[in-house]
Design a protein around this ligand. Structure first.
Ligand code: HEM
Length: 132
């Protein structure tokens, strides 16, 4: 169990998370369509590197990721809300496996906020239509 967040521990998490995602029938196909099914290919190498930088910024404020995470998700075809829920479950499972609870919890809270923003931006929250 890791009790520190740095490039190495994040890379391990990110790699294991996407290995799990690729095997998932609901979320896996979105990634396979964009990046292929081999985590060792060039596109995946680039994606994993982007995600390492993204999580370094989210977790310890380390500069490196300077993109906007949302736009690619608008072009993946309709992603059902269930896929986001599954993504979050798999992420929780992976963070809890590799990090002490306080750190796993911080990862999950960040991911949940971002997933909620994506869901909102994609208009998947129809049941909240009459909020305002
Ligand atoms: C069902 C849910 C999701 C699916 C299917 C999905 C799929 C993808 C795919 C296929 C890409 C790569 C696009 C490309 O480079 O061609 C991507 C990029 C990315 N995703 Fe997701 N994603 C999901 C949820 C999330 C969540 C919840 C987060 C954050 C907590 C996230 C963070 C990112 C980031 C940071 C990138 C890189 C954006 C950039 O290029 O700057 N994704 N996602």
């Amino acid at each position: 169990m890791y009790d520190t967040v740095n490039r190495d521990t994040i890379h391990h998490l990110v790699h294991e998370f996407y290995a799990l995602v690729l095997k998932d029938d609901l979320v896996g196909p979105f990634f396979i369509n964009s990046l292929g099914s081999d985590l060792e290919n060039g596109k995946w190498h680039e994606h994993l590197h982007t995600l390492d930088n993204f999580w370094l910024l989210m977790m310890i404020g380390k500069p490196g990721y300077s993109g906007d995470p949302f736009p690619p998700h608008a072009f993946l075809g309709p992603i059902p809300i269930e896929a986001f829920e599954r993504w979050l479950e798999l992420f929780k499972e992976t963070t809890e496996k590799y990090f002490i609870p306080s750190i796993a919890d911080k990862f999950y809270k960040k991911a949940e906020i971002i997933a909620e923003q994506f869901i909102e931006n994609l208009g998947l929250n129809d049941e909240d239509d009459d909020d305002d």
